[in-house]
Design a protein around this ligand. Structure first.
Ligand code: AMP
Ligand code: MG
Length: 326
């Protein structure tokens, strides 16, 4: 077997199951009405369910690896949340028919909050607001060794497979291995095709992608930067690390994430970028913070040595860094 083939197979299988769980929960529980009521329970259920499934699979195959994921089961175990736990268990049973609530909590708690020499970073649902709005969200899993991302799998359960048919088939898995390029699979893990970033050389031809949520990025600064670089095409707002995926397959040229004025000192979480970053890089892109520093995944849950994020097709990176100095 090739190096990392078991890791890759495990990550893909886990992400496929977690995607199916999340899509099912969204179908069953997210109506326009529940959003109006500000009921976040569907995303809570999907978050815990996705983490339980993925942690269980990774731990079974790699018992010595650390997993650093967003959730733990402390809240879920409280008696007043028993209805949520019951629902999480119900949805997990579609994949592990005999799972008990106790086991589900113990799988969630395979997650640790400190990094090690070799660990997996997991965001069980990235883009929770997109999940609730009916927009994009992702499941992001990356393997990090000695601070370097060596494998990334990013499931985007509701992303169009082919930009030429935006209302056609949906559900994509982006995958990347260090030094081996990036690829896209369909939601069953089939129809693999290699992907690469756009070849746009002139900044004026670029397309920017950015967060939907104004609290997650500084839209105004992004707009000023676009003007400075004579970018005329409108920015594409999208939730979650799906932004890395569409950049990696050449649909957009730049992903900007200047910290929002609502939280200017915000430090990014490793699980919000590790999988996306390797997928963009292996597709030929470049990923740094907005000061041009490489992303440092070795400090802990928070990327304390970085500020904001800049992803590009490589060719435009330096010119954008320069323009960001404004
Ligand atoms: P996105 O969908 O790209 O807007 O990113 C979603 C992620 O933004 C979530 O997973 C959060 O961890 C993260 N996030 C939360 N607050 C902030 C903030 N103030 N600035 C940047 N990212 C944030
Ligand atoms: Mg996230």
């Amino acid at each position: 077997m090739d190096e990392y083939s078991l890791e890759m197979l495990t990550a893909i299988q886990a992400a496929i199951k977690a995607s199916a769980l999340c899509q099912k929960i969204r179908e069953d529980l997210v109506g326009g009405e529940s959003i109006l009521k500000k009921d976040r329970s569907p995303v809570t259920i999907a978050d815990y369910g996705s983490q339980a499934i993925i942690c269980k699979m990774v731990r079974e195959r790699f018992p010595n690896d650390t997993i650093v994921a967003e959730e733990d089961s402390k809240e879920l175990r409280r008696p007043n949340h028993s209805n949520i736990l019951e629902q999480v268990t119900h949805y997990v049973r579609a994949f592990s028919p005999n799972a008990s609530s106790k086991e589900v909590c113990s799988w969630i708690d395979f997650s640790s909050n400190s990094v090690s020499d070799r660990f997996w970073a997991l965001d069980p649902i990235d883009g929770t607001k997109g999940f609730l709005r009916g927009d994009q969200y992702a499941i992001a899993l990356a393997l990090i060794e000695e601070g370097v991302v060596t494998l990334g799998v990013l499931a985007c359960p509701d992303l169009y497979v082919d930009i030429r048919q935006p209302s056609g088939e949906r559900g994509v898995l982006f995958i990347a291995l260090k030094g081996k390029g990036s690829a896209q699979l369909d939601r069953h893990g089939l129809n693999k095709r290699n992907i690469s970033v756009s070849k746009v050389k002139n900044p004026s031809g670029a397309i920017i992608t950015e967060s939907v949520e104004p609290d997650h990025a500084d839209h105004l600064t992004h707009q000023r930067l676009a003007q400075k670089l004579n970018i005329s095409k409108p920015s594409l707002r999208m939730d979650s690390q799906a932004k890395y995926g569409i950049l990696a397959r050449g649909e957009v040229t730049l992903y900007l994430r200047v910290p929002s004025p609502s939280e200017p000192g915000y430090k990014e979480n490793i699980w919000d970028h590790a999988a996306g970053a390797i997928i963009a890089e292996e597709a030929g892109g470049r990923v740094t913070d907005i000061l041009g520093r490489p992303l440092d995944f070795s400090c802990g849950v928070k990327m304390v040595k970085n500020h904001g994020i800049l992803v590009s097709n490589g060719m435009l990176h330096d010119v954008v860094l320069k323009a960001l100095e404004m």
